[in-house]
Write a protein that binds this ligand. Structure first.
Ligand SMILES: *Cc1c(COP(=O)(O)O)cnc(C)c1O
Length: 360
């Protein structure tokens, strides 16, 4: 065999391993939630925490590896690198191990300790950069210096996913809704980190010619919220959110503003309280960005109720709450970061409980 043939054989084998992994994986659950205060409005949450690597980044990592392989950018023995606040890195490290490749995660040094230990257990190296250093630029430069493959989640998320289907998240949601009383959602709500999820959902809704609108749930001052108004990539003020995975300080290349119908900004105290509330409603812990989504869903549902509309609202549970035991689910940590949990939680409970329940 020519050297080129051997190289191609490894690539083919790697793609086969990714296909086998996809075939072994089940789809994630779409959980239905009845909220007393909203008769006639059905809430659904797609549980992306049930992927083997615990977050919606499992889909992205699978797509990024496949994209790198099919573009001839990833060869046998090459190491792999990406910049990530944690969730993407965990999924990428898992897939790197599946393919027998070395993986390095470039992350801000404030990343949850739990995420770092999970990464190390997966055999990944963590390259922690101090605040003020652009992790993506650092990762790109260091990958180039070592001839490593830079997976580039922020640059490629929007195009690595098959937007026309192939069981992407949007196709999966709509097929799981088929037997529901309101199978075509009034709204789908998601966050924006790379912007990959909102891009995929927004495109797919148009492709399927559905009237469903797409809402992005953002922390206060998130770059998506700031730039969505004008649809321009201007300098944005920094976003100092405690919510991981969303709330970017810059407009990312994957932010497709034109497919988003509405952006709702949510304060961190409300997002944290909503994450606590989700545990009470669903019996399991989910991360902060799932809480941000819940608040946006409630705001949309309140507007629908005020207009006398009924229908369904679908959103995502983005990652597992166990990752935040030492942060969002630690009252002392919250207090240290200026979050008064109880008032927000109390207010939130009033928004979801039916008035007659409250008086009893
Ligand atoms: C990445 C991420 C998001 C946002 O998804 P994108 O597709 O990257 O925009 C939301 N929540 C969590 C926990 C994430 O890791």
């Amino acid at each position: 065999m020519r050297p080129n043939d051997t190289a191609r054989t490894w690539v083919h084998d790697a793609i086969t391993r990714l296909e086998q992994e996809a075939a072994r994986s089940a789809d994630t659950h779409l959980l239905k939630l009845d909220i007393a205060r909203f008769p006639g409005i059905d809430f659904y949450f797609k549980d992306e925490s049930s992927h083997p690597t615990g977050s919606l980044k499992h889909r992205l990592a699978r797509s990024l590896f496949l994209y790198a392989l099919c573009n001839g950018r990833l060869q046998e023995g090459q190491s792999v690198m990406d910049a990530s606040s944690g969730s993407t890195a965990i999924s990428e490290a898992w897939f790197a191990r599946l393919l027998g490749l070395k993986f390095t995660a470039v992350m801000p040094d404030c990343t949850t300790p739990r995420k770092i230990s999970v990464l190390q257990a997966l055999g990944a190296e963590c390259d922690l950069v101090p605040a003020g250093v652009d992790a993506s630029q650092h990762a790109r430069a260091s990958a180039a210096a070592q001839s490593a493959c830079y997976l580039d989640q922020f640059g490629l998320a929007e195009r690595a996913t098959d937007w026309r289907g192939n069981n992407n998240i949007a196709e999966s949601i709509l097929s799981q809704m088929q037997k529901e009383s309101n199978p075509v959602p009034a709204w789908i709500v998601c966050g924006a980190g790379t912007g990959g999820t909102s891009a995929t959902i927004g495109r797919y809704l148009r492709y399927r010619r559905l009237p469903t609108r797409l809402c992005v749930a953002e922390p206060l001052d998130g770059a998506f919220a700031q730039a969505w108004q004008t649809r321009t990539i201007t300098e944005t003020k920094p976003c100092n959110t405690l919510i991981e995975g969303i709330g970017r300080s810059h407009v990312e290349p994957g932010f497709l503003f034109d497919v988003v119908d509405k952006v709702i900004e949510v304060g961190d105290a409300d997002s944290c309280a909503a994450a606590w509330l989700l545990e009470q409603l669903l019996g399991r812990r989910y991360g902060g960005s799932s809480g941000t989504n819940l608040i946006a869903c409630l705001q949309l549902a309140e507007a629908m109720r005020d207009r006398g509309e009924t229908g369904s609202i679908v959103s995502l549970l983005c990652d597992r709450g166990e990752r935040y035991e030492q942060t969002l689910f630690d009252r002392q940590w919250l207090a240290k970061h200026g979050i008064g949990l109880e008032p927000s939680l109390e207010q939130l409970r009033r928004r979801i409980e039916s008035p007659d329940l409250k008086s009893s």
